[in-house]
Structure formats: C-alpha cells, structure tokens
Design a protein around this ligand. Structure first.
Ligand SMILES: OC[C@H]1O[C@@](CO)(OC[C@@]2(O[C@H]3O[C@H](CO)[C@@H](O)[C@H](O)[C@H]3O)O[C@H](CO)[C@@H](O)[C@@H]2O)[C@@H](O)[C@@H]1O
Length: 569
C-alpha cells in the first residue's frame, strides 16, 4: 500500500490554493503537485500542498530528483537526500555552452569579485567563521547600543600558517556601536576586538582526563537567552587533539558539541563578558545516525545552531554538521542516494559510482532536541538531510524561516564533493515546508545558493586546486552565514593569492520559494560593506545598563542622553 497519494492538478487550481509563488522564475516551467498524505506505516508525512519547480534537464545531464517538500514530524525517521542527480545540476547550469553564455557560473548565484586590496578586520588576529548574537528565532540583537559578533580567531604572529589555524582556534568577540550606516563606518567595518570569549583553560575542561596535546574551539552559535536580559549561552564545538610535534594526528580528534553560559555587559565605552567558566559536553556522535571517530578518523561532528520551531512550540532543536554513520568508505550508497528518474539516459550506474571512491563522501545535517529547560540535555534525532556519495561536509548548518518556508543553509567546499561531482566553495540551500521535509535543493534543484566565482568547465577549473592565476577567486570567501533580510556575511580566505582572515564584504540574496538570486543593486555592484553585520533587533536592558554604568564609575547621563542612545539603535 502506498505511503501517500499524489494527485496532479492544474496551475490554476494551485494558484487558488496557495497563490502564485513562482512569478519570478522565467527559465523553467512549473509543475504543480498537491500531495495528500495518508500515512500507513514508517515515516509519517503530514498533509501539505506546494508548487514544485520543474527543471528542464540540460542535454547531457540528468534531471534532478523530485522532492515534494512535504513535512514530517521532527521526530520522524524520514531523512531527505541531496542526491547526485541534484548536485550534478551545478555543473549542468555552469556549462558555458548551455546555460549562461560565456560566464563561468550563473551570475545569479555567484558572489561578486572581492578586491585584492581588502582591509584586515584587525591586524592582530586572523578571523574566520563568524556569527551573531541571536534569539531563538535567529533575530540578531544589539546589546545596550552595541552590535556584537563572535568569530573563530588565531594569532598571525604565533609561528603557524593560516592553514594550520584550525588547531589553535579560539572563539573571540568583536563589537561596534549599533545603528551607524555602513557608509559612515571605517572601510573594515569598524569592529573592535574584545579578546577571547572564554577564560583561558576553561573549554579544555570538557575533555576531563582525556590525554590531549592541545585543544581548540570551533563553531558556533550564541543565544541571548532572554531578550530583555543579559544571559547568553554559547553552543560550540570543543576539539581535542592528540598530535605529533610535526602535526600528524596520533588519534582521531575528539569533537564534543558543548555549551557554556555567561553574561554580556556594556557601558558607554565597551562590551565585555563574564562567566563561561563551566563548560558542559552535550553531544558526541552515536555511531548509529552520526559517524564516530572510531568509524572514520576523518569524521565531521560540529557547528551547533539552536532554535525554536514555530511549528513545534515549546521545543528547542539543534542542527549540526555530521556524517552518515558506518565504516569509512563502506559501499552502502543506494539508488535513492543517486536519485535518478527511471530511464534517465544520463543516470549513473550504482556500482560504478561506488567504485569511484564516492563512498568516502557522506555528509549529513544532523538534528537533536533538548530535553531540559536549561538546554543541557539533548537527544539525537535522525538527520534532516544526507549527502551520501555526494559530498563529505555540510558545515555550519542553519535553519532560516521566511514566508512560511523552511530553508536549510549549509556551507561546503569544492574539495569535499564526491568523485564525478563539482561545485564551488560557498553556501548551499534546501527548502521545505517544515523542519523535517523532503527538502528541495535550491536553484535548478542543484542546492547551490551562493558560490565563489570560479570556472567549473575549463581545464583551470577542473581540479580541486584551481590555478590561482586563472581562477584567482575560487577560494575568495567561505563560511557564509545567512542573516535576516537575506544579508550574507563570510570571511576572506584567498584573493589573488593574498590570504585573508578578515571579514568579507556582506552581500545580499533574494530568497523566494526554491530560488535565491544575488542582489546586484546592494552596495557597489552587489558588494556591501566589509563585515556589514547589522542587528535587526535591539535589547535595551536598562537595569543592567544603569548598573553597568554605575559600576564603571560613570553617571548614566554623563555623556549620553536617553534620546540619543535610543536613536543609535
Ligand atoms: O576551523 C574549523 C571550523 O571551520 C569550519 C568552517 O569554516 O570548517 C572548515 C574546514 O576547512 C578548512 O580547512 C580545510 C583543510 O585544512 C581547508 O581546505 C579549507 O579551505 C578550510 O576552510 O576546517 C576543517 C579543519 O581543517 C575542515 O574539515 C573543514 O572543511 C567549521 O566547520 C569548523 O567549525
């Protein structure tokens, strides 16, 4: 017996039911499907109706997989797939002979060129993965008149290279006055370095007595627990290493998704934090849904992002980066992971794919739910998306809700795609009608939301290490985070051979149904200010503000009036 019944109906019918949501797309037709779900066994789809983008296949490439966007309970076992048929659309749409004239990639999903004379955010620190102070719904808060960001940082003067920064990473914070337009700020965004967020030696406590040579703090999200208070919870990845003096791993790194609580303070001059002395390990991979270091020494388990789901009030969820559990390279990808339509002449043979080495690439976006009000106890749920035989890393996932649609954004590297698939470093996205959905990859069914400028279809672009002469911006930016209003921040990695470790210019994407499109009218030709990371909400903790002022020895009205202070928000 089928799990659900599908009924084809006309465009007009659907317009009447859900409105015309595809007016912006001119290239591809629209097939409409109303999915009536009547659950019988196993995964239980909830009733949903939606318009599904129909993609006309590019000659020589397969059709993408059909994804219904239908919704399941977050506690269901259904895991959506980013398939090979989907991911091959990236290259299909980048072919200069087919899709976009002479351009290397569609300009609608390509980040504009970052100039090589970019400013350093701070000459004394390299920074990369960056995030904001958010509430349970990813609103970005300023605190008592200051915008605050958090970033992984390392010391450029400590004797290691930019590429070896990861094993030395510490979470730091930066702040600047809120409410000043980007045009009135210094070119580098004007962020003031506040220092390391946690006291020295605090985060290593998560590992107890486990012998380590060194530890690091990886990404990362920070929650303002009450929007009229000053308590914050930092969810991050504690990394424990056991390395030789030459930097080789003696044992797989230990990754523990962790939490620590502290408090934010601000006076008229600066922002500071207290607390963060107690660090609690929340999750380590279970080997059932999420791969362990014993199963694969190159496993990924990190980058927690917590949120409340309006469709499931009262629950706090976490998405994170994982890998599909099982032994490294196990040849257990399935026809569903490949995702080809029956009879597609451009489909691949499962055995051929599995023998190509693609089975080493099995990323997923994991889900967990908190089981206590202090967000200290968590339970794994099945992954939201898997990318088996497609890609090995779906990093820094985030849930982004817009116009009732649920977007899952994640960053990925060119080098982590499986054999036979190519795509740029950048941010990838998927849309559904709820937290657990049959997610449809954005833009032609490919998943690519915003990539670095590179040429996937020339000799120079055809390997994982493009020639910097010919592709000087293939790694210009990474670790994109999609903010309210479609603003996207990231960090500069390499432009024309110059290494970054600085905040990239913010860009803006227009998000609509299953498409994103870069807004070239934003900033200068699509590039906004460096590190333009504005708050969209402000927290005025007046009691705390006055207390902080008094403690700092300054009168509340000494140099700032209430009116001018509020005006700065
Ligand atoms: O610093 C760790 C955090 O950074 C994230 C996302 O930016 O992981 C990035 C990742 O990639 C970097 O290292 C690669 C190999 O050294 C390099 O090829 C790539 O260009 C870098 O961005 O860092 C880890 C460790 O090296 C690697 O597995 C990732 O792809 C985030 O997920 C981490 O929390």
């Amino acid at each position: 017996m089928p799990e659900y019944v599908e009924m084809e109906i006309s465009n007009q019918d659907v317009s009447r039911i859900i409105g015309n949501g595809h007016s912006g797309r001119k290239v591809y037709g629209t097939a409409i499907r109303l999915v009536l779900a009547c659950a019988i066994t196993g995964s239980v789809p909830l009733v949903t109706a939606h318009a599904q983008t129909a993609v006309t296949p590019v000659p020589g490439f397969p059709a993408p997989t059909t994804h219904t966007q239908q919704v399941y309970s977050p506690f269901d076992t259904f895991t959506s797939r980013w398939t090979r048929a989907d991911a091959r659309q990236i290259k299909a749409r980048s072919d200069p002979n087919v899709a976009v004239g002479a351009n290397s990639m569609p300009t609608s999903v390509t980040m504009p060129d970052i100039p090589a004379d970019f400013p350093q955010t701070n000459p004394d620190v390299w920074l990369w993965d960056t995030w904001t102070l958010i509430d349970a719904h990813a609103n970005q808060f300023s605190y008592n008149g200051w915008e605050v960001i958090f970033a992984l940082t390392a010391d450029p003067n400590a004797g290691y290279t930019f590429d070896d920064r990861h094993v030395h990473a510490r979470i730091s914070y930066f702040y600047r006055r809120a409410g000043i337009p980007a045009s009135a700020r210094p070119r580098n965004g004007g962020w003031i370095y506040g220092g390391h967020l946690f006291p020295d030696g605090a985060s290593v406590k998560v590992f107890g007595s486990t012998p380590l040579t060194n530890n690091a703090e990886w990404s990362g999200s920070t929650r303002l627990l009450k929007t009229d208070g000053n308590e914050v919870a930092v969810f991050y990845t504690a990394l424990g290493f056991n390395r030789t003096a030459e930097g080789a791993n003696i044992a797989p790194p230990v990754a523990i998704i962790s939490k620590t609580n502290g408090r934010i303070h601000a006076d008229l001059n600066h922002v500071w934090f207290t607390g963060f002395n107690n660090h609690t390990g929340l999750l380590q991979p279970d080997g059932t849904y999420y791969q362990t270091g014993q199963q694969n020494e190159f496993y990924s388990f990190r980058d927690p992002f917590t949120f409340e789901d309006p469709q499931n009030p009262g629950q706090t969820f976490m998405v994170f980066e994982g890998n599909t559990a099982g032994e490294r390279g196990a040849k257990d990808c399935t026809a569903a992971d490949l995702g080809y339509q029956a009879g597609d002449p451009n489909a691949e043979d499962l055995d051929t794919v599995q023998n190509s080495g693609a089975t080493y690439q099995k990323a997923n976006i994991g889900l967990a739910v908190s089981t206590d009000s202090s967000l200290t106890q968590w339970r794994f749920l099945p992954p939201l998306i898997s990318a088996n035989c497609v890609n090995d890393q779906t990093e820094r996932p985030q849930v982004y809700i817009k116009d009732g649609k649920y977007y899952l954004f994640t960053i990925s590297h060119r080098s982590t795609f499986a054999a036979g698939i190519d795509g740029p470093d950048g941010v990838y996205g998927f849309v559904g009608n709820g937290l657990r959905s049959d997610f449809e990859p954005l833009n032609w069914g490919s998943g690519l939301a915003l990539g670095n400028p590179t040429d996937l279809n020339t000799a120079a672009g055809s390997d994982f290490d493009p020639d910097p002469q010919q592709n000087p911006r293939a790694f210009q930016a990474y670790s994109h985070y999609v903010m309210p209003n479609g603003l996207v921040e990231s960090f500069i990695d390499t432009v024309e051979g110059r290494r970054g470790g600085a905040l990239a210019p913010t860009v803006k994407i227009q998000i609509s149904d299953a498409t994103t499109q870069i807004d070239l009218s934003y900033g200068q030709n699509g590039l906004g200010g460096y590190g333009n990371i504005p708050a969209n909400r402000y927290d005025l903790d007046w009691q705390g503000f006055v207390r902080d002022l008094l403690q700092s020895g300054r009168s509340p009205n000494a140099s700032i009036s209430l009116a001018s202070f509020v005006q700065q928000q």
